[in-house]
Design a protein around this ligand. Sequence first.
Ligand SMILES: CC(C)(COP(=O)(O)OP(=O)(O)OC[C@H]1O[C@@H](n2cnc3c(N)ncnc32)[C@H](O)[C@@H]1OP(=O)(O)O)[C@@H](O)C(=O)NCCC(=O)NCCS
Length: 171
Amino acid sequence: MIRRSKLEDADAIYGLYAETAAVPGGLARCREEITPTYIHTFLRRCIADGLSLVAVDDDGRVVGEVHASRCGLRVFGHVLTDLTISVHPVCQSHGWGRQLFEQFIRVVTEEMPEINRIELSARESNTRAIRFYESLGFVVEGRMRGRIYGVSGLYEDDIQMGWLRAPGSGS
Ligand SMILES: CC(C)(COP(=O)(O)OP(=O)(O)OC[C@H]1O[C@@H](n2cnc3c(N)ncnc32)[C@H](O)[C@@H]1OP(=O)(O)O)[C@@H](O)C(=O)NCCC(=O)NCCS
């Protein structure tokens, strides 16, 4: 089941992000940078001024989460930025990420008419994630050279991607 996140999900989301970040090469944050404060901060912000969804399995466990929010400036009021998605390592490649992200775009398209643009970034070596985002309608818009210190000890490029609402859809 995919549903909107609640503040009471914070502990479960913390566990999810801690496990996902423990596997290098995916999330930008490393395990030590996943803290309860980080989780509470983005959850509060996204519930108030953005969108956060969780994927919950048949046993009620939170197995995935996706979120993005507005940045607060009026000129960017139509933009959800810094989208982050995490599926528990044990549950990856079983379709949860696609379900979560398709639902995220559906909610934005149908229930958030003020939002016309979603932004995210991915390290260049995370080619599966980049292809996944492209399959959902995201386009590579830029490349910040040498921005990410990669697992291999080399600097890699940070790929900027954007999604734009199709004209006339949903609003
Ligand atoms: C990227 C991620 C959210 C995809 O969710 P998922 O549930 O594993 O993916 P799904 O099973 O729904 O498959 C969707 C696509 O994701 C990609 N994918 C699958 N497993 C993946 C993995 N372990 N890492 C990266 N991408 C993966 C595939 O390209 C797949 O496309 P396909 O359906 O055409 O094969 C998830 O694997 C994850 O949390 N990875 C670690 C954290 C991460 O990389 N976050 C994104 C940072 S930019």
